[in-house]
Design a protein around this ligand. Structure first.
Ligand code: SF4
Ligand code: SF4
Length: 428
């Protein structure tokens, strides 16, 4: 148990079992699931609010759910589990608002080819998830020779026409967050980190790193407003980037683009031409065991499709999966919040087949790292999605007792170390 928010904790209460108040480890675990899920929801809600998308009902739920986690308010596991499921419901609403806000402001997404690498001249690398920061940065670079490159979770920005058509958006550089120390050191221009996941910078690039609002790290410069003149000035003062073209990649399989193909997909499934859909993605991380996702994706059959999102995509996007029915087998749907789109696709397919989501030929294999992933998982559970495999490790704040509840109710699984066996079970 972890009750350090309570005065009794200093007396050793609840370190081994039920404490003075009577709270047991499973109740504590459920309260932590709610707290962490709320943090994830808050991150998405913050992005949505910056796009003008707010819902008073979400705010009211956040207040009530936080209240339920105070000391001596709620000792009832069933009620707390219901709060966790309701959190999933409201997180779905927040992801919907964020999706609508992105499309309204940046245009209808579509698949597009992205230049990866750098072009000769001054440049800024922007990382994180906040597309409003990217749009403002691009506008302030307009008319200059300073080019902007996306990094990490900013890659999906290229699917929006109002961003990709900007003359100063030059392409994409780099991969997932855990590679940023090597990649930021190699990128000689200025760097702007808009959200998680940012790492504390070494001296090699700390003087070139800027952060926005809630995001701040020692050694870098935090910007409280969207005046990016200091970032642009730094880019001009830095050594220019070399002309170093890399590969070209295709992104932008927003749910609207996939659902436009729905009639073709439904006919192909009915004709037995598509064996399965996989959602493989989520948060990437550095520890051992994440090659599970790489290996799993490589083993998927050639008549299946893989939808990916979040920075977990960087685990699987280096492999050439080829095409099936004239479509790329690997479709990048966007950022972690674009799991809303994967849900929309699953619900639309279920409606087309007249079945439930759990009856679709669909398998979810989700990597997790931080608390937005908790919010997304609660959304999937709220929708009743079963047999989700998460990994590579179980969350430490979920007790065996609570995990058993989730297993019994949702058949929730932990990824193992045998992707071939797990894939065979999914196909069976
Ligand atoms: S919340 Fe309850 S169990 Fe935890 S430290 Fe306080 S009194 Fe003890
Ligand atoms: S998907 Fe998760 S781990 Fe990756 S950058 Fe986004 S928040 Fe961080």
């Amino acid at each position: 148990m972890f009750c350090n928010q309570c005065e009794q904790f200093s007396k050793g209460c609840a370190t081994t079992g039920p404490g003075v108040c009577g709270k047991d480890p499973d109740v504590q675990s459920l309260q932590e699931i709610i707290l962490y899920g709320l943090k994830g929801l808050a991150a998405y809600a913050h992005h949505a609010r910056r796009l003008g998308m707010v819902d008073e009902n979400v705010d009211a739920f956040v207040e009530e759910a936080l209240f339920a986690t105070l000391t001596n308010v709620n000792f009832d596991a069933a009620t707390l589990l219901q709060y966790a499921m309701d959190l999933g419901k409201w997180n779905l609403r927040v992801m919907q608002m964020l999706d609508e806000g992105h499309v309204r402001r940046f245009g209808k997404p579509s698949p597009t080819e992205v230049f990866e690498g750098t072009k000769a001249g001054p440049g800024i690398l922007i990382t994180g998830h906040d597309l409003v920061d990217l749009a403002d940065l691009l506008d302030q670079c307009k008319g200059t020779d300073v080019m902007v490159y996306t990094h990490g979770e900013m890659l999906p920005a290229h699917m929006y026409p109002n961003l990709r058509n900007h003359p100063n958006l030059a392409g994409h550089f780099g991969g997932a967050w855990q590679d940023q120390k090597r990649e930021f050191a190699a990128f000689t221009g200025a760097i702007l980190a808009t959200t998680n996941c940012v790492l504390i910078p070494p001296p090699s690039y700390a003087g070139r790193l800027f952060t926005t609002r809630a995001t701040a790290v020692p050694g870098a410069t935090r910007l409280a407003t969207n005046d990016f003149s200091a970032v642009i000035a730094k880019a001009r003062a830095c050594a220019p980037l070399p002309a170093s073209p890399g590969k070209k990649s295709t992104v932008g399989f927003h749910h609207s683009a996939i659902l436009a193909l729905a009639p073709t997909i439904v006919d192909a499934v009915k004709a037995g031409k598509i064996s399965r859909f996989f959602v493989i993605g989520g948060c990437d991380g550095a520890e051992m065991g994440r090659n599970y996702f790489t290996d799993y994706a490589k083993l998927t059959p050639p008549d299946s499709f893989i939808l990916t999102l979040g920075c977990g995509k960087y685990r699987i996007r280096e492999h050439n999966y080829g095409t099936h029915l004239g479509l790329p087998r690997l479709m990048d749907m966007g950022q972690c919040n674009d799991s809303y789109g994967a849900i929309q696709v699953a619900v639309a397919l279920a409606n087309a087949f007249g079945c439930g989501v759990n009856d679709l030929p669909l398998t979810l294999v989700v990597s997790w790292f931080e608390q937005k992933a908790v919010a997304v998982l609660l959304t999937l559970l709220h929708l009743g999605v079963k047999k989700i495999a998460i990994g590579p490790n179980p969350p430490a704040f979920v007790t065996p007792g609570v995990f058993k509840i989730l297993q019994d109710k949702f058949d929730l699984r932990i990824t193992g170390n045998d992707p071939a066996k797990d894939l065979a079970a999914a196909m069976g």
